[in-house]
Ligand binder design. Structure first.
Ligand SMILES: [Fe+2]
Length: 203
């Protein structure tokens, strides 16, 4: 079955002024769409491949485009209009996620500082993650390179650190993008993923 581009759960301008409408349109309709199209092509070629060598030759395309599709699908759900616009973006309410953030990082402010420092250090393109360590059930900050999906942890929040995610608005100043994005992080979605990862149940 072929993959399709999931619709955004909000309008293209919903994340203004933190993420511009221009970035959101290009990022969703061009970048993500390309990962979907290329994943479908790679899977179709894989299904027709007759030899191990042909299948091995397709691994990189499957990983890159499959990861791109998985990561962006998570990323759109990770965001919401900011509270200044009447949305839930940037608002961390009392609950199990807030308790876990305080247990692991001391405060939301500390988490944001550590996350931004770690992800700003990614060389080249990649993703920054707040994830649940499956052994300890604690929150940890991790990064993945290129479009590699997060496999070592259950993803709670993922942030696209590719230049295509911010360059049109923030140019080379990645730190400004990282500071801005916390205003549109959907902590309700993050808490839902956190609870699923730590208890195996859905809210
Ligand atoms: Fe992206």
């Amino acid at each position: 079955m072929s993959h399709t581009l999931p619709p955004l759960p909000y309008e293209y301008d919903a994340l203004e002024p933190y993420i511009s409408v221009e970035i959101m349109k290009l990022h969703h309709t061009k970048h993500h769409q390309t990962y979907v199209n290329s994943l479908n092509l790679a899977e179709a070629a894989y299904a027709k491949a007759n030899t191990p060598k042909e299948r091995i030759a397709l691994q990189a395309a499957l990983k890159f485009n499959g990861g791109g599709h998985i990561n962006h699908s998570l990323f759109w759900q990770n965001m919401a209009a900011s509270s200044e616009k009447g949305g839930i973006g940037g608002v961390l309410k009392d609950g199990p996620l807030k308790e876990a953030i305080i247990a692991s990082f001391g405060s939301l402010d500390n988490l944001q500082k550590e996350f931004n420092t770690t992800t700003a250090g990614i060389q080249g393109s990649g993703w920054g993650w707040l994830g649940v360590n499956p052994s300890t059930k604690r929150l940890e900050i991790v990064t993945t390179a290129n479009q590699d999906p997060l496999l070592t942890h259950a993803p709670v929040i993922g942030v696209d650190i590719w230049e295509h995610a911010f360059y049109l608005q923030y140019k080379n100043v990645k730190a400004d993008y990282l500071n801005a994005i916390w205003h549109v992080i959907n902590f309700e979605e993050a808490q839902k993923r956190f609870v699923e990862a730590t208890t195996g149940s859905k809210l």
